[in-house]
Ligand binder design. Structure first.
Ligand code: ADP
Ligand code: MG
Length: 250
């Protein structure tokens, strides 16, 4: 079996042509039209791709952390695209039609929320905040409200209801999981997609590239903020997150 083949559920899956290269992952077609092959790259970007750097091993951390989190979410009954890990940096997922919305949940103030509303960082947000951004690199992922998403036919009301309810389910599960490993889940971004029959499932990745995580003991960031704020090598935090989750999620 070569590097571009793997057996999944008794079926040989062969990596096909590159369908799309994003800022963090390469998406490959496979011989199965319902399955995509994701490769996590070492590249890290900030400011929507304007700042870019390579950190050897970063893709590995994000791949494995995503694997652990999706596996954990399976136990919580949350429908998602992740099928299996196939290597240190690669995974198989169910192909979806991505809804071009970034669904952000905030438990504490950070990032844009702090600058936009001029509030202190790490202020507990109760109830938690849910936000939508339109996923568009040329437009820099602008903020989008529900009526804009409806009017522009990006999602139906029923789909928006489902997406927000699922984001809450994920939030509840992840706040608990991270708390158990003494990490505060500050905020995170989710993407959702449609299967052929219209069912909405969670897609993309859940990793320190897409979450803000703070060590409860030291207050230190364990996520991409370390890169955004030029506070050193982000891999230190990513590895710490991976080790704590690995110990905990069995
Ligand atoms: N299950 C899936 N089916 C189809 N596309 C997906 C799936 N999961 C993630 N994607 C898409 O793969 C792309 C590659 O990921 P990434 O490098 O993170 O891109 P981006 O630069 O848009 O953040 C993203 O556009 C994401 O929406
Ligand atoms: Mg991405």
């Amino acid at each position: 079996m070569s590097d571009n083949q793997v057996v999944y559920n008794g079926e040989t899956i062969t990596r096909g042509p590159l369908a799309y290269e994003g800022k963090a992952k390469q998406v490959f077609e496979t011989n199965d039209p319902d399955i995509l092959w994701l490769h996590y790259m070492d590249q890290v970007t900030a400011l929507n791709g304007k700042v870019k750097e390579d950190f050897a091993g970063k893709g590995h951390f994000n791949n494995i952390i995503s694997d652990l989190i999706f596996a954990y979410l399976s136990h919580q009954g949350i429908a998602h695209h992740w099928l299996t890990e196939i290597s240190e940096t690669d995974q198989l997922v169910r192909r979806v039609e991505i809804i071009p919305l970034e669904v952000v949940t905030r438990n504490y103030s950070a990032g844009h929320f702090v600058s936009r509303f001029d509030v202190k960082p790490m202020m507990q947000l109760s109830p938690r905040v849910q936000e939508l951004y339109y996923k568009s690199d040329p437009l820099d992922d602008p903020f989008m409200n529900n009526s804009q998403a409806l009017s522009l036919k990006i999602a139906s009301q029923d789909e928006l209801d489902q997406v927000f309810a699922m984001a809450d389910q994920v939030n509840n599960a992840l706040v608990k999981l991270f708390d158990e490993v003494k990490i505060t889940l500050v905020d995170f971004k989710l993407e959702f997609g449609r299967l052929k029959d219209g069912q909405i499932i969670l897609a993309d990745e859940i990793s320190p590239d897409t979450m803000r995580l703070v060590d409860q003991a030291t207050g230190k960031s364990l996520d991409k903020d370390v890169f955004r704020k030029k506070e050193g090598d982000l891999r230190v935090g990513y590895e710490d997150v991976l080790n704590r989750l690995r110990e905990h999620v069995k």
